[in-house]
Design a protein around this ligand. Structure first.
Ligand SMILES: Cc1cc2nc3c(=O)[nH]c(=O)nc-3n(C[C@H](O)[C@H](O)[C@H](O)COP(=O)(O)OP(=O)(O)OC[C@H]3O[C@@H](n4cnc5c(N)ncnc54)[C@H](O)[C@@H]3O)c2cc1C
Length: 477
């Protein structure tokens, strides 16, 4: 074997995965067809609360937040504001920052942890057998590893090479994208507006540049036709009632969005994550966020599987698809719902009634659920029957004895056992002691709570229970 894991594609998904694997002591090689100095085409700009928590658990969030612009509410169709300020997180907002900033930090971390990068190297085919996977690159050389992960985006070569289909369809064509400067600043929200069969969206990057995405419903334009700033201005005026004095476009393009999901995320020793596994419209700004969370879910499972004798970790590795495929499906449904609501011709009430996810609603509980979904704080994984209600949910960032926070304890990339203040390891309920002490960090909570938590390396609760000897597991936190 040349390495333990080959990660194909150095987008946000591949970079986060490579960093997690290397931090866990796994040998990892990232193969990327772009030259090192060429940045991934900047597409995403919205980093949601859960992704910021994931980055916090890797020591990267504060630096990213310092460069971006926190936006605390999202304005949808002039009628609804989704308020993020009440999110139960250290990051109660969506951070607007270009995708290349996220990638820069993730790459730096992966390199520091020992991941090997091969830029300018395109994977063209691969074969697998009982012991490993061999990837062939465009120059005809081979690279062999025990596992390979395709994080190579929507047109994944890896997915095609193992014969995993990618069913779905194009949901919107000829959207325009423009990064511009403005003479007049819009209100401090991410604004999505639909009017006259058109759709407009504007968001600040925080460094003086703004991203505009628009769609002219009644004008079908070929995707090869160049975008002129005047076209962008006219869509902005039709939807947002102002073009804000747009000037100096640094990036203009036309694109279409597909809604597709691979039916399985694994074929033997080959796994898929990020856009290689699911794509959808940019509505909701969920793509990069979902990909990074795929990676966070997969990384520790793959690293653990590699430490076990061959074949023993199969169930753990299968839980990656079991947990992340349903989330991908929900994300497709939600972003499709937002898009249909935005582009439908019907009046607002009809739109609200026709979308499945209830994102466009004035009812407070639904709005809270919508905020929980968009931020991904509400994502929870299946809980075994009879398990404590916290199992499968994301662990909140608790204060710990000694002044640290749970997110900081998770930076070791291991399980974190959070006990009541003063508790000793032998007091812990059996279920919490299941993880080998060498694979976990023992901490004690400093918030007065009595429930002990075993937190997985990706920040989700693996087990929970009350620590008082002789009492049954509590159902309360
Ligand atoms: C207009 C627009 C706006 C968006 N806005 C948002 C947003 O606000 N928030 C959000 O979360 N998401 C957003 N997205 C989606 C987001 O950009 C993607 O979901 C994200 O980039 C996916 O990351 P990834 O790492 O899975 O794949 P990618 O970023 O596509 O990275 C794949 C990498 O693999 C490399 N590669 C491909 N094939 C090979 C090969 N054969 N060999 C070697 N390397 C290969 C590519 O060069 C690339 O670097 C937006 C998308 C668009 C189009």
């Amino acid at each position: 074997m040349d390495t333990d894991v080959i990660v194909v594609g150095a987008g946000p998904t591949g970079l986060l995965l490579a960093g997690d694997l290397a931090t866990a002591g796994t040998r990892v090689t990232v193969v990327e067809k772009r030259p090192a100095e060429l940045s991934n085409l900047t597409r995403a700009f919205a980093v949601h609360a859960r992704s910021l928590e994931v980055l916090d658990a890797r020591g990267l969030a504060d630096e990213l937040v310092a460069k971006g612009r926190p936006v605390r509410s999202v304005q949808l169709f002039e009628k609804l504001t989704i308020d993020l300020a009440d999110l139960p997180s250290r990051f109660p907002y969506v951070l607007v920052t270009p995708q290349y900033e996220v990638e820069r930090l993730l790459r730096r971390r992966a390199e520091a942890a020992g991941a090997v990068f091969r830029y300018d190297t395109e994977v063209t085919s691969l074969t697998q057998d009982d012991a490993g996977v061999t990837a062939t690159t465009a120059d005809g050389s081979h690279l062999r590893a025990r596992y390979l992960v395709g994080t190579d985006g929507a047109r994944s070569t890896v997915r095609a090479a193992v014969g995993i289909p990618f069913p779905g369809r194009a949901v919107i064509r000829s959207m325009v994208l423009a990064d511009v400067r403005l003479a007049r600043e819009p209100a401090d929200t991410l604004t999505v507006a639909a009017a006259n069969d058109s759709l407009g969206f504007i968001a600040p990057f925080g460094d003086g540049w703004y991203r505009f995405i628009g769609w002219h419903g009644n004008r079908s334009v070929s995707e090869d036709e160049p975008v002129e700033l005047d076209e962008v201005r006219s869509i902005a005026r039709a939807t947002l009632h102002d073009d804000f004095g747009m000037t100096e476009p640094r990036f203009l393009s036309r694109f279409h969005a597909d809604e597709r999901q691979a039916p399985t995320y694994r074929s033997g020793r080959v796994l898929l994550a990020g856009d290689a596994a699911h794509v959808h419209s940019p509505a909701g700004g969920l793509g990069m966020n979902t990909g990074m969370q795929d990676a966070a879910n997969l990384g520790w499972k793959l690293a653990a599987t590699l430490r076990l004798p061959d074949g023993v970790g199969a169930e753990l590795l299968d839980s990656y698809e079991a947990e992340r495929h349903p989330v991908g499906r929900q994300v497709l449904r939600a972003s499709g719902g937002i898009l249909r609501a935005a582009t439908s011709r019907g009046p607002f009430a009809t739109i609200a009634g026709t979308i499945g996810v209830g994102i466009v609603s004035r009812a407070a509980p639904i709005r809270r659920r919508a905020a929980g979904f968009i931020s991904a704080l509400g994502v929870a994984y299946p809980r075994p029957h009879g398990a404590h209600p916290l199992v499968g949910t994301r662990a909140r960032d608790l204060p710990l004895e000694g002044g640290a926070r749970l997110a900081e304890a998770l930076r070791a990339g291991r399980f974190v056992l959070v006990a009541r203040a003063g508790a000793s390891a032998p007091d812990l309920p059996a279920a919490l002691g299941e993880v080998d002490p060498a694979e976990r960090v023992l901490t004690r909570r400093a918030d007065g709570g009595a429930t002990a938590l075993l937190v997985r390396p990706d920040g989700y609760v693996a087990a929970a229970g009350l620590l008082t000897p002789g009492r049954r597991q509590s159902r309360h936190r």
